[in-house]
Design a protein around this ligand. Sequence first.
Ligand SMILES: C[S@@+](CC[C@H](N)C(=O)[O-])C[C@H]1O[C@@H](n2cnc3c(N)ncnc32)[C@H](O)[C@@H]1O
Length: 282
Amino acid sequence: MPGIIYQGDNLPILRDMDSGSVDLIYLDPPFNTGRQREDGSNSYSDSWPSMDAYLDFMRERLVELHRLLREDGSIYLHCDWRVSHHLRLMLDEVFGEDNFLNEIAWCYSPTGPLSRNFWSRKHDTILFYSKSPGQNTWIRQYTELTDNDLKRFRHVDSDGRKYKIVRGHCQYLDEHKGRQVASWWVDIPSRGTATKSKEWVGYPSQKPIALLRRIIEASSNAGDVVLDPFCGSGVAVAVAEVLGRVGVGIERNDDVVPICNEIMRVAADRWRLTWPAEVISS
Ligand SMILES: C[S@@+](CC[C@H](N)C(=O)[O-])C[C@H]1O[C@@H](n2cnc3c(N)ncnc32)[C@H](O)[C@@H]1O
């Protein structure tokens, strides 16, 4: 099934979708920055009359997202210091405290203006919850070993294979999967440090392909439905499609489908995968 992006306010669209029809949700809603977010011809308003108004907007949508998730599904809510404390309490309320799994810190490189009287705020928070305790799809993710890790493989066997001794056993370098990713992510640069990359299509607050790849590969299987109800450039839909999932997006702005298809081509080329049919609009 090709990916699809619905155009319009997400609330009525979510209300029309079937309960238990989604395996993984990623959402990167407005963060209540009080600004008009602009980049070239693309823009969206992120301004609310009050924090209460913003939270009411989010609560209505999170209740629907909870209904849509399958029992073994999970949700990642991307936000920052402005609203992460409010949204964590809201997720506890809607999904249940027992379903809290992680508060992930995505630490992007410290570019841009630095603050004068406090630590520069250079990470986003991604709140990760399951629908039911212990049932969520979970596939461990790994990064490359560091030079220090590599130095520990100081033995070489008669076949020339490097290994280290761990608790009395040989661990071979060529069988090592890499470093297991924990809840702080420092290896995925933001747009500020990767402006030359082809993936930046000029959407305000566009998130990196690598970030979505990590989330989708950790918490879904091939064929699963991945929903992004605030999909913006459609990067989550694009990555889901390239990885063999069914990507479903919702976006209030029109004209994001060509942007999403462009990102899909970049992701597919980067990973030398073939991309499926174009993402279509509805
Ligand atoms: C932070 S941006 C998402 C960026 C996206 N993750 C990306 O990587 O391109 C939030 C998006 O939510 C959209 N949006 C805000 N309110 C919406 C609503 N009620 N229904 C659908 N989309 C909405 C905005 O137009 C904006 O594109």
